[in-house]
Write a protein that binds this ligand. Sequence first.
Ligand code: XMP
Length: 319
Amino acid sequence: DWTAESIVKQQIQWLRNTAQKEKVVCALSGGVDSVTAAVLTYRAIGDQLSCIFVNNGLMRKGEPEHVLRNMEALLGKGRVIAVDAKDRFLKELQGVIDPEQKRKIIGRVFIEVFEEEARNLGDATCLLQGTTYPDVIESISVCGPSVKIKSHHNVGGLPELMHLRVIEPLRFLFKDEVRQLAIELGIPDEIVWRQPFPGPGLAVRIIGEVTENRLEILRDMDYIIYQELRNSPIFKKLWQSFGVLVPVRSVGIMGDERTYKYVGVLRAVMSEDGMTADWAKISYEALDIIARRVVNEVAGIGRMVFDITSKPPATIEWE
Ligand code: XMP
């Protein structure tokens, strides 16, 4: 019968048989799938595995540092190759406004950077991917509206380009099963229960052009939202909760000064699978604190609004 312990044992054996003596490379995102796949594989084949973490500069506050610290605790020092590609991504995104264009660029640059790093390793012949059962299903045909409307770059791309053999130890597992495995492998709660975070990251949470300054504003706003919601009773029921930056200016008043600043959005939804979602009924108290803190503490934002649209018709992300 199904226990996390037995699946771990079984998949470690499977990984050893599948990889044999070959070198395996993987891209770590910091999400539960890629981390679980990496830890499992490391248990199975040790040094034959190399992990690459691409910092695209589009992650949330402190996230790249967090991912690396967590991986060090899980795999030991010096196991993850961290690539700082912030400037490269930002430069490629300069002047780009269209959401699909952003996704395409980010997907392409990610593949370029990853490929370069993997080539530096020399002899990797296999690519480890944290593909789960829902990913497999989605990419076959039963896609929900989001997949058709927005191009995701989670699946595909890399292996064809690099002639690598793909290894997917989580291919038959659902998300909650992956989480049980993660717990069994000693992966911290913070990763196990992390909300889904899109590959293109904050780039699709800034309407219009992505700039360093806008990223900084969004990061600060998003962090306040996280701080204020993480301890509230509703947090565990949220599929996602985050900030969106609308870089359109609105008038306000602070002290006796007239202000003219960007609009910040709080987006929070409940969902089973991301295909449909209801906006989350966050308490007035929490909303009030978030709005006050954001406008007081984030210099670029003068007004906070709460997105009360469900999916459909709105998507969860704003872009
Ligand atoms: P939407 O906005 O389409 O999002 O309702 C549904 C779920 O998918 C995530 N999402 C993405 N994930 N790359 C990803 O890896 C993407 O381009 C992307 N766009 C949306 C979104 O965060 C939500 O969980």
